[in-house]
Design a binder for this molecule. Structure first.
Ligand SMILES: Nc1ncnc2c1ncn2[C@@H]1O[C@H](COP(=O)(O)OP(=O)(O)O)[C@@H](O)[C@H]1O
Ligand SMILES: [Mg+2]
Length: 337
């Protein structure tokens, strides 16, 4: 378990002070994949680097499994850091060393004997699916393969925690998916807690259990990924969600419509039931679907429909009551004039 207790990080440069992280308190459970999302400059990297004291908080504490990292001496801190792996957007591999040597480096730093290093690196190459690239140099690898080396190196000393700083931001969408799948496997099979920062909601949606939204150094919203997707409170959270779900209605759809425009949100089981078609059969209304989508978030369906209903006012109202009793959200966007 990671406890971030009232952590603030203030940078001082040229007599100017910049707040990187502003009074953040947060508990990350052992075994979860915890995401932090925010735009550039929000303080995500600073917060992540505080977790292994790459940045020392100006105030506050970082407790990992009950140990306050800020109270450790340098040797104790070195030992503690071996149990916290980290991967980066730009991989940071040593270009003059082979894949094997890049990974072995982390084990040499922990003073492991030669045979053990050999055995462990081969194991790690197997975990990340790069056994055939053992003797290749970084320049001969694709971006996804480089990140796999980064992951193997981060796992070398059997960490309990893996910190990921925009680990997929330099990768194309399909490579991103494969790296996220690997991270999920590492989390589920090796039981490693993952803290991941990103500016992409797609990444959060794909693998995180919980997510915190960060802005101006502060956590402004926090919850399970499903909670945030279905019930976002803050404007920033909504904009991140809209970036992939496009729940906003385009203006041109709203104009020149003669019926009642409604947005219907289906959560969980209701997303898979035939509520809309039942409604159309039960009431004398016509429905014209303008937009519809079902997303699966943490394997729970979340559907949205934007419909235009036409018919007699009274009949439409009864139809709307019917829908609102059976779904999780109904919003009348515009009524017929
Ligand atoms: N080493 C540093 N010195 C001074 N200011 C910094 C330093 N690192 C980050 N900052 C500032 O702290 C704030 C948060 O930065 P950062 O944690 O990198 O955000 P993010 O990772 O969300 O893009 C920004 O205003 C940034 O300019
Ligand atoms: Mg950053």
């Amino acid at each position: 378990m990671i406890e971030i207790k009232d952590v603030t990080k203030i940078y001082t440069s040229k007599n100017r002070q910049v707040i990187g992280v502003d009074h953040v308190s947060l508990t990350i459970q052992a075994g979860e994949i915890f995401g932090v999302i925010g735009y550039s400059g929000a303080g995500k990297s600073t917060l992540l680097r505080c977790l292994n004291l790459l940045e020392r908080p100006t105030s506050g504490q970082i407790m990992i499994d009950g140990v306050d990292l800020t109270s450790l001496n340098s040797e104790q801190l070195r030992q503690a850091r071996l149990k916290i792996g980290m991967i980066f957007q730009h991989f940071y591999l040593v270009s003059s060393k082979t894949v094997f040597e890049n990974i072995a480096f982390a084990l040499k730093a922990a003073n492991k004997p030669k045979e053990e290093i050999e055995k462990r690196v081969n194991e790690l190459l197997d975990i990340v699916g790069l056994s055939d690239k053992r003797d290749a140099y970084p320049a001969q690898l694709s971006g996804g393969q480089k990140q796999r080396v980064g992951i193997a190196r981060a796992l070398a000393n059997d960490p309990n925690v893996l910190l990921c700083d925009e680990a997929t931001s330099a990768l194309d969408p399909s490579t991103t998916k494969s790296i996220l799948t690997l991270l999920k496997k590492i989390n589920r099979e090796l039981g490693i807690t993952i803290v991941l920062i990103t500016h992409e909601m797609e990444v959060v949606k794909d693998i995180c259990d919980r997510v915190a939204v960060m802005q101006n150094g502060k956590i402004i919203e926090l919850g399970t990924v499903y909670e945030l997707f279905t019930n976002p409170k803050e404007e920033l959270t909504k904009s991140f969600i809209n970036s992939i779900l496009q729940f906003e209605v385009p203006d041109h759809l709203l104009q020149k419509r003669t019926g009642t425009m409604v947005k219907i949100l289906f959560k969980g089981e209701s997303a898979e039931e035939a509520i809309v078609s039942d409604m159309l059969q039960t009431f004398k209304v016509k429905g014209n679907i303008l937009h519809g989508k079902i997303e699966y978030i943490q394997n729970i369906p979340l559907g949205v429909f934007i419909m235009e209903l036409t018919g007699e006012r009274k009949e439409i109202e009864r139809a709307l009551d019917y829908i609102s009793e059976r779904t999780n959200g109904l919003e009348v966007i515009a009524h017929a004039a």
